[in-house]
Every structure is written in structure tokens, then in C-alpha cells.
Write a new protein. Sequence first.
Length: 323
Amino acid sequence: MEIALDPSAWGLLILTGGFIGLCFGLFGQAGGLALAPALLIVLPLCGVTAEAAPRLSAATALAILIPVTIGQAEGKNSWKAIDWDFILLLAPSAAVGAVIAAMVADNVDGRIVALLLGSGPILLALRLSRHAGGGGADGQPRNPSLIALTLKTVAGGAFAALTGVSAGLVLAPALARALPSAKATATASALTLPFAFTASVGALLVPAPLTCGPACAGVLFLPALAAIGMSAVLIAPLALRLRPFLLSGPASRLMAVFAMALLCTVGLRSEGLGSLLAETRESALDLVLGSLCEPQPAPAAPIFISEKTLATPRPAGSGNDAF
């Protein structure tokens, strides 16, 4: 059965895009924390099955980041503040992380992906809130180890792809230790583009769910990509004018509380977060310990020839005589 959207579903997607644009305008890249959980709530209302919704939500969220990030960068006029040496160094690493996440997510139970979509943004929001509340010490940036920074970028790209958030948002604290504040923010924002583009290309190569039909290209839900992406790009510059009235510390904490509220909503819509955790734990145990608990076949018993058989003389004329 193919998905056919009625006008009310299109209106819901457009309203969701306006809400996401408001979050991006008020909170910057941190507004992307609301994108994947919002899609996880909205897509089932548009006819997407519960099994396909987590993967479609994560992949579509990363694709929506492309136009929104371009609009945000143009609005802040931050291209001059980007450290292009770091972009050339870290962009391939973030892309590798996105590819690793695509290979892993294709073989992971959808319930685990849903749990990551809900809990990942909360952990990231709490981390950003603690980072913002700890005082913005603009001290001298340290020279980080390139190997350590590259490995962090690969891991951060994989985590961002699995949770449907911006890689620049995940890597912002690490970049803040290596660059001045303005350069770190602009570089983290620009790092999202190659990461999201690579993740979107990988999503196009994954087979689409059988129940999605022409509404999906790979695991990208095209109606949500078009409606939410367009309305978010239009609303974000308008909401950007309200950002000077927000204090950075309280805004980060507000975003963390908001992400928690979204997770509670996702948990209620997915038959309770407790049952989801229990089912996820059972699936993980089956995956890890299943092969260890399978009964092994008993070893074959050795075949012994009795002494009486050896002592019995063979009849004359047999073709195979003993020595």
C-alpha cells in the first residue's frame, strides 16, 4: 500500500516546518535537536508505518539540515569566520562517520533507532547546557592532537547520523577547545553541510520501505523534506530577529527541557518508553548472546572395531584380503 497525503497531512508538515524554523532561528544549530523527534511524531500521522518511521525520520532530518544550514550561514554572514583548514581536515572524517552509521543503522532494529532518536538529542542538549552554563571562558585555544580530533570527528559524525542531528552541533565543544569562539561556531556550522550531504546520498542508496511507494527516495520521505525544509527556511530568518532577546545560558537549558518534553511525547506515542526500553534490551541481548546460547551439536562417537570382528576369517574369494 502506497502513502498518499491528504491536505491535512500537508498542512501538518508545513506547520512542523514552521516550528522547526522557529527553533533554528531562536537557538541556532541547537534548534536541530527538535527535528528528528518531531519527525518521529509526525510521520506516523502521515501514513508511515511504525517500523519505517525511525529510519525515515533520521535520514530526512539530516537532509533538511542542508537548506536550513545554508540559510542560517547566509543570515549570519559567517563565511569569513570559518577556518577552512579545519573544514578540509574534518569534513572527510565526518563523512566517514555518516557512512559507518548508515551501514550500522541498516542492520539495527527500528526500536533501537527510535530510542537513539529520542535519547541522543537529550544527552546532547544537557551537554550543551552544561557547557554554556560553565562560563564562556574565551581562553587561549589549545593545539589539539590531529589524530585525536580526527577520531572524535568520525565518532561524532556516526553519533550525529544515528540520532538525526547536526555533526557540527556534536563537534562544537571539541572545536571550541581548538579555535576561538567565533571561528569554532562558524566552522561547526559549515561542517554540517558536507556531513549532511554525504548522509543524504547514502540514504538515497538504501532500499525504500515497501509500504512507502513514490513518497520515498531511499529512506528519505520526500513530502516531509519538501514541506518542512521550505517552511523552516522561510521562518528561521524571521525568528532570528528574536534571538538577541534570549540569554545563551537559559536558552540552552530551555532547549534541554524542550528536548525532554519531545522524548516523553515520543515515548507515549510508541506504547510507553518503558516497554520500548524492555524490548530494546531483549533485542540487544538476543543479538549479542544469541549465538552463545545456541545448543552445539554433540561430537560424533568414535567407531571401534571389536576384536571378534578382526579375528573372524574372511570367506575365500573376496576381493580384499588382509595382509
